[in-house]
Design a protein around this ligand. Structure first.
Ligand code: ZN
Length: 183
């Protein structure tokens, strides 16, 4: 697979050749497995950690209909504790790629090489998904309102501890966990 020097898969892997289906009549379809088990670029500012699933491509009178489920892993920040984590979700895809291009039918189209590019569609779908609040885990305890400590690492500091922390003795909450262990 085309791996860029910086260690991610290139965006062109998100292009599917569908020319063969265009030459077949409406109603013909083909199942295409999608398996990108490592970081892949979707746009200049969007990467996915992995992408897997299957798409059914169907030739219709207006172009190529793609349908299926894609399992996506996307690195993002927890909306409660602000830690980075891999957010996994399933995108249900059902989109027509017009051929010839026709903006009245679809914003997406088969290009002149007989290819469809999943990147713009993925970008749109992923940004919608990421606009919802998401947590690193269901029981994420978030940050302490008093000290800002990540409560997933440490139980809420008592008022006295919090005072001490604010006194300038503040240490990284993760180091505080280590300190506890050393006692
Ligand atoms: Zn969290």
């Amino acid at each position: 697979m085309a791996v860029a020097r910086s260690g991610y898969l290139k965006k062109r892997l998100l292009k599917l050749q569908v020319g063969f289906l265009l030459t077949e009549g409406p109603g013909n379809s083909k199942e295409v497995p999608i398996s990108l088990p490592q970081r892949v670029q979707v746009d200049s500012d969007l990467f996915l950690e992995s992408l897997a699933g299957g798409l059914i491509l169907t030739r219709t009178k207006e172009g190529i209909l793609i349908q299926g489920n894609l399992h996506v892993m996307h690195a993002r920040e927890c909306d409660r504790c602000l830690e980075a984590f891999n957010h996994g979700f399933v995108l249900s895809i059902a989109e027509l790629f017009a051929s010839p291009p026709d903006a009245n039918i679809s914003a997406f189209s088969v290009d002149s090489n007989g290819e469809i590019d999943l990147a713009p569609l993925l970008r749109e779908e992923v940004l919608i998904e990421e606009s919802y609040r998401t947590f690193c885990r269901e029981d994420c305890r978030g940050l302490s309102a008093q000290t800002g400590i990540n409560l997933n690492y440490e139980r809420e500091a008592t008022a006295a501890e919090a005072m001490r922390l604010e006194d300038g003795a503040a240490i990284d909450p993760r180091l505080a966990v280590l300190k506890q262990l050393l006692k």
